[in-house]
Design a protein around this ligand. Structure first.
Ligand SMILES: Nc1nc2c(ncn2[C@@H]2O[C@H](COP(=O)(O)OP(=O)(O)O)[C@@H](O)[C@H]2O)c(=O)[nH]1
Ligand SMILES: [Mg+2]
Length: 278
């Protein structure tokens, strides 16, 4: 993973017409970067909140989070980069925020594991033959790649630029590749507690494990998978800890939070046909 480079991010923000901030819709507050948002604002660049992984939450929750960010003043869309859902709406909102400027270049930002690479692949897939480098300033080209995702629409990828923020468990598990995490067991225990708080049946559904004790969950998962020490057949919980973190990031453990649960805030959803809807 590359180091955060705010100078480079600032340089990129000066180059693009709009910024897409990808967040994980299962917990958008813990996966956003307020520092990026402030920097975009100071650079005068419109920033769209892109709530990704919407295939993992009920549609009503997606609508609530979209509304929550709109109430904060951001254009917001929910998508599933993996299931190719919502990408037409995203293109439409992008064109709207740049007032139909053409050609347009948007930067794609977000902390690790929110789905930036997946989104780029999905968007360029429709135009697979037409990816081409963007003739931009040479300063960022070492790290940023540009893709053409449609007629006059360019997307700049920014791999590894925006660091996780806030210091909570969502940032800790995204700071490094899972295999390099220094204390995966402690992190998995913290993650399991968070998941169970909002999703009490998560581990029953994901692994068939009914226990709600994090240590028991890790032990049982290791035994189930045959991750045991040869000598004494004791479970290797470092392995199950890493599996839990990976499965969580990949969406294999059912979990999400609502604005109401997290912030005590219930966005008012407008249902009338005249209102803006996704
Ligand atoms: N369920 C689901 N998983 C996704 C989606 N987009 C990305 N992922 C998964 O999230 C993980 C991180 O995605 P990646 O594109 O590598 O994130 P990046 O680090 O921001 O580039 C991968 O396991 C993806 O398969 C999505 O829309 N839905
Ligand atoms: Mg990536």
């Amino acid at each position: 993973m590359q180091l955060a480079n705010w100078r480079l991010i600032r340089e990129l923000l000066l180059t693009v017409d709009a910024a897409l901030e990808l967040v994980d819709i299962r917990d958008p507050i813990s996966t956003r970067s307020r520092r990026l948002e402030k920097l975009a604002e100071r650079s005068g660049v419109p920033l769209i909140i892109v709530l990704n992984k919407a295939d993992l939450v009920p549609i009503s929750v997606s609508k609530e989070w979209k509304r929550y960010f709109e109430d904060e003043g951001y254009p917001a869309v929910f998508i599933s980069a993996q299931k190719r859902m919502g990408t037409l709406v995203l293109r439409r909102v992008l064109k709207r925020v740049v007032k139909n400027k053409s050609p347009l270049t948007a930067g794609i930002f977000g902390i690790p594991k929110v789905g930036k690479s997946t989104l780029i692949n999905t968007l360029k897939g429709r135009h697979s033959a037409s990816t081409s480098p963007y003739p931009g300033s040479p300063g960022y080209t070492k790290r940023a790649q540009t893709f053409r995702i449609g007629e006059g629409v360019y997307l700049i990828d920014t791999p590894g630029l925006v660091p996780p923020e806030g210091g909570g468990i969502e940032s800790k598990i995204r700071e490094k590749p899972v295999d390099s995490l220094e204390n995966p067991v402690a992190m998995a225990v913290e993650l399991i507690r968070k998941i169970l708080k909002y999703s009490p049946n998560a581990f029953k559904e994901a692994y068939g494990i009914s226990s709600t004790n994090p240590d028991t969950i890790l032990r049982e998962l290791a035994l189930m998978r045959g991750w045991v020490y040869r000598k004494d057949k004791e479970p290797i919980i470092q392995e199950s800890a890493k599996a839990v973190i990976r499965d969580y990031l990949n969406g294999r453990i059912p979990f999400y939070v609502t604005p109401q649960q997290l912030l005590g805030y219930r966005p008012r959803l407008a249902w009338s046909p005249a209102s803006k809807s996704h």
